[in-house]
Design a protein around this ligand. Structure first.
Ligand SMILES: *Cc1c(COP(=O)(O)O)cnc(C)c1O
Length: 501
């Protein structure tokens, strides 16, 4: 199976090239030329396997220039019980939500307590194998722009992986104290971390510019280095995410929650549109999905897009209590547009050009109709996010993080407005302990301790739940990175970190 660029149909690359390169030369994203098709019998067969077995089958169908052993090795190394707490890295908690039953797909049992681990624990294995196939002998330089969770998950995935170096940029005031501490204390010989004086979109745009800067590219080439991306624009990030939607469906069938063939809805707290897009791919491969519920926080650019067909990033940027969704340019939306236009790369390229030049674009009526047929968009502000955390805790004894609560709230809005009773899987994307302060204020009126770790302990004592071990260990970890730079100093920061200028 080969891959095209969303902005140029004549670009055709192999799976390993798509993963090694991350982004296409003209700025487009790599998309599969076709999708494997699964019948209900195929899904039944997946249901008989464990998570790793499901991952091997699904990823193998996409990575046609990998051997089965290479895929098997990658999957087995990534999804261990040691790293994810059990043999199922993506378990479901079933709860009631009003008079509806919902399935919370918990994607945060990995080493950094956020769903990014689901992809970033396996990406380094896929990437180093891809680089070996396509650019043998080169060292991969991973550049990451993060709104918090990706950075830490990428650092943890790539630390001390031979043949790789990783540089992470995060917005100085755009991540939670816990996220900052996770990154500042990162271990590993091949890692660098820098805070930029700007927001996440500045960081992401800055990284994209560095990727496509020919001078920097040449400098890397001279030093036998090659840029690659661990951001969710990399196909190697998206692919592992398709697996858990199939896996959740299989688990629900096995646990008697649904019958094979029943449709489900999927609700996802959305930022860069990677997670929800993975469920869209799953549906197009044969997974019975009825509706995609796209949940945003106050940065509700996607809600407006789904409702009006106009994507307009010219708006106030809010720093919210769900920082991993504080995004105004959702990169992976470009892939959805490509598929909704049946692969019209020229059209996608022109919309992306409008977005970068004028800050907005409007899709045709036909695309708008397709979009609103499949997707339902809604948003939830900080106050309602906290209310939702409070009521989930009070009524269901379920402790939810801020991002997950946004999705639960928007799902409730959807259910109320449409009356749709389809069983719904809600992606639960982070441990509540990553956002202890917001979660605590949502469940108690008592005065809070000042220190982040005192709040973590308080949350644990109050709710009688356990602090994830890697977060608990941060308390006494040594800080290694405190570097800050301006947005326009990002290119120089990269060259300095690599000791090449
Ligand atoms: C990254 C992230 C999201 C948003 O996911 P996208 O794939 O970027 O849409 C939501 N919640 C948490 C906790 C995250 O880390």
């Amino acid at each position: 199976m080969n891959y095209n660029s969303t902005r140029n149909k004549n670009t055709v690359v192999s799976a390993s090239q798509a993963i090694a390169q991350g982004i296409s030369d003209e700025g487009g994203l790599f998309v599969p030329q076709s999708l494997p098709q699964y019948t209900l019998d195929d899904i039944k067969a997946l249901a008989a396997a464990d998570y790793r077995g499901r991952a091997k089958k699904i990823m193998g169908d996409f990575l046609s220039d990998f051997t089965f052993d290479e895929i098997s090795e990658s999957v087995d190394a990534a999804y261990t019980a040691e790293k994810f707490g059990s043999d199922n890295p993506a378990p479901i908690s079933y709860i009631e939500c009003g008079d509806r039953k919902i399935s919370l797909l918990e994607l945060w049992h990995g080493p950094t307590s956020a769903f990014k681990d689901m992809a970033l624990q396996i990406l380094p294995h896929l990437l180093t194998k891809s680089v070996k196939k396509t650019y043998n002998g080169k060292e991969a330089v991973i550049l990451v722009a993060t709104s918090g969770d990706t950075g830490k998950a990428a650092l943890e995935g790539f630390k001390d992986v031979p043949g790789t170096k990783i540089i992470v940029f995060y917005p100085v005031d755009g991540v939670s104290p816990m996220q900052k501490r996770q990154m500042a204390t990162q271990q590993g010989k091949n890692v660098s971390v820098a805070a930029i004086k700007g927001n996440f979109d500045d960081a992401q745009t800055g990284v994209k510019k560095i990727f496509t800067n020919p001078d920097i590219k040449n400098k890397l080439a001279e030093n036998n280095l090659l840029f690659s991306s661990a951001n969710s624009i990399n196909w190697g990030r998206l692919l592992p995410q398709i697996v858990y939607y199939f896996s959740a469906y299989c688990d629900m069938v096995n646990e008697g929650k649904i019958n094979l063939g029943d449709k489900i809805n999927v609700a996802v707290p959305t930022g860069n549109f990677g997670n929800i897009l993975a469920s869209f791919y799953a549906m197009n491969m044969g997974l019975p999905i009825n509706k995609f519920i796209c949940a945003s926080n106050s940065n509700n650019v996607l809600t407006d897009f789904i409702r009006t067909g106009t994507y307009d990033k010219k708006r106030h940027f809010y720093t919210t209590i769900s920082p991993s969704m504080d995004i105004l340019v959702s990169s992976n939306l470009e892939r959805l547009l490509y598929h909704l236009t049946d692969g019209n790369a020229e059209k996608v390229a022109s919309w992306m050009k409008e977005l970068s030049e004028n800050g907005a674009y409007t899709v045709d009526d036909e695309i708008k109709a397709k979009l609103s047929n499949l997707f339902w968009g809604g948003f939830c502000d900080d106050e309602n996010t906290k209310k939702t955390i409070g009521s989930l805790y009070e009524n269901e004894n379920y402790l939810s993080d801020t991002h997950t609560a946004v999705a639960v709230n928007v799902y409730e809005q959807y259910a109320k407005e449409t009356g749709d009773n389809t069983p719904t899987v809600i992606a639960s994307t982070a441990s509540p302990y990553k956002f202890a302060k917001s979660v605590l204020t949502a469940i108690t009126d008592e005065e809070l301790p000042n220190d982040e770790f005192a709040m973590v302990d308080e949350l644990s004592a109050k709710t009688k739940t356990q602090v994830p071990a890697p977060l608990a260990a941060l308390k006494n970890a040594q800080e290694r990175f405190s570097f800050e730079c301006e947005v326009d100093e990002m290119p120089q920061t990269v060259l300095s970190s690599l000791n090449i200028g």
